[in-house]
Design a protein around this ligand. Sequence first.
Ligand code: EPZ
Length: 451
Amino acid sequence: MDTFVINGGRRLSGRVRVNGSKNAALPVCAAALLTDGEVTLRDVPDLADLRNMYRLLGELGCEVVRGERGGGSGGGGGGVVKTGARDQALCHARYEVVKTMRASICTLGPLVAKRGHGRVSMPGGCAIGDRPVDLHLRGLAALGCEITLEAGDIVARAPKGGLRGATVFLGGPFGSTVLGTANVMSAAVLARGTTVIESAACEPEIVDLARMLSGMGAKISGAGSPRLVIEGVKELSGVEHAVMPDRIEAGTLILASAITNGEVTVENCPVDSLLAALDRFSAMGIGVSAEGQAKDPNRVTVRVTCERVIRPVEVTTQPHPGFPTDLQAQLMSVLTLADGNSVITERIFPERFLHVAELSRMGARLFRQGPTVIVSGVKELIGAPVMASDLRASAGLVLAGLAARGTTTVHRVYHLDRGYEQLEARLNALGADIRRVDDENLAKPTVSGEG
Ligand code: EPZ
C-alpha cells in the first residue's frame, strides 16, 4: 500500500487548477444509462472511483471510451464517451464492484426507468457511517417500483407500463440525501406524468445532474431548491456535458494554502458553490479574492491569502447551502493551529471523526463530545506516522503534514486516490515536499520492547 512522506513547514505558492467534480461525475455517468444515444462527458477527473464507475457501466452493457485529457470546456480532465448500451439485458451491479464504490447505488434509478428492472448490491457502511439507502428506496417505490432484497442485492422492478410520476418526501433524520435525490430524479425523468420531490437535496452536484438531464430532453424545474418538479418524457437523447468543478477539492486546496500561510492562486474555482465555506474561511482570516471578472461564478480564478494568525471559529456541517461535511476534516486540521478554541459540530455523519485521533498524534488538542469536537489551538503540530481512514480524513492529515514540524507519514493513501487526482504532484508544484512510497520501502520501525 502507498504512503505519503511529507516534510512539513514549507509555504505553498503558485497556481493550481481545480479538476472536475467526483461527486457530480458519478451520478452523471450513471444517468448515461437513460439513453441509447452517445453521451460525451468533459472535465471528468481521473480517479479510482470514476474508473470503478466505468467498469460498472461496462458490466451493465455500455461501452465506455476514455478520451484524451484537456478536452473539457474548463480545460480540466479528460473526456469520457459512453456509447449506447450494447446489451440491455445486463442489469446487475455486482457486490464486487459496489463494495469498492457505494455510489454505484445511483445506477438503480436509471436502470429501472430505462430497462424496467435493475439489481444493485446493497451498499455497505463505511468509515464515516452506516450509509443507509432507505430514502432511495422510498423514492423509487413511490414511482411504482416493486423492491425486494435478494441475497444482499436490491432488486427493483417497474410496473407494467413503466414508472409513474408521484409526490415523494425525501427528508431523513439528517436532512435530505444527495445520491438519493439523484437516483429518484434520474428515474422520474422517464416516468409517466409529474413527479414532485419534496426535501430534495440542494447540492450543486444535483444542479449539475439536472443540467445534463435537461440537455438530454428531460423536463426538470427547481434544481438546487428543496422542491424538484419533473415532467416525465418518453425518451432521452444523447448529450455532451461538461462536469462542474469540484468544490470540495477547491476548498481543500484553499485550506492547503492557508495552513502553510502561503499565497496560492486557484483556477476554475466554483466560488458560487462554496459560499458557506468561504464565509468560515473569511472569519478565520483566510482571504479568497477573485482575479478579474469571471463569466461563470462557478469557474473563477481566486487568490488565497492568510493572516499570520488563524482565528478560531464555530462551524456546524449542514446540507447545502450549509458548510459541507466533506470539508470538515480539512477545516479541523487548519483550526488545530488557530489562536484559541474552535467548535466543530458534524450534523450529517455524526461519526465522521476518525481523523481526530490521528491529528492528536501530531500534537493537536481535540476534545470530542458526541457530534461535537472542541479544537484548542496549539502553536505547532509535530510530524508523526498517521493512518488515513477515509477520503476526506486523508486530505485533512495531508494538510496537517504540510504544516507540521518534521516528517509526517500518511499511511493508506489509497483512500485519497479515490477523490483527488495526483494530489501530491500538484501540491509539490506549489512547493510542498511529499514523496509517495510503497509501504514495503519504508524503513522498518525499530521494534521496541513490549511496554
Ligand atoms: C454524498 O453521499 C457524497 N458522495 C458524500 O461525499 C457527501 O458526504 C454526502 O453526499 C453528503 O453531502 C457522493 O456524492 C458520491 P447522503 P450520499 O445520502 O449521497 C443519511 C466524499 O467524501 N441517509 O446525502 O451517500 C446518511 O446516512 C463523500 O466525497 C439516510 O438516512 O450522502 C447521512 O447521514 C463522502 N438514508 C445523510 O443522510 C438514505 O437513504 C446524508 O447522506 C440516504 C442517506
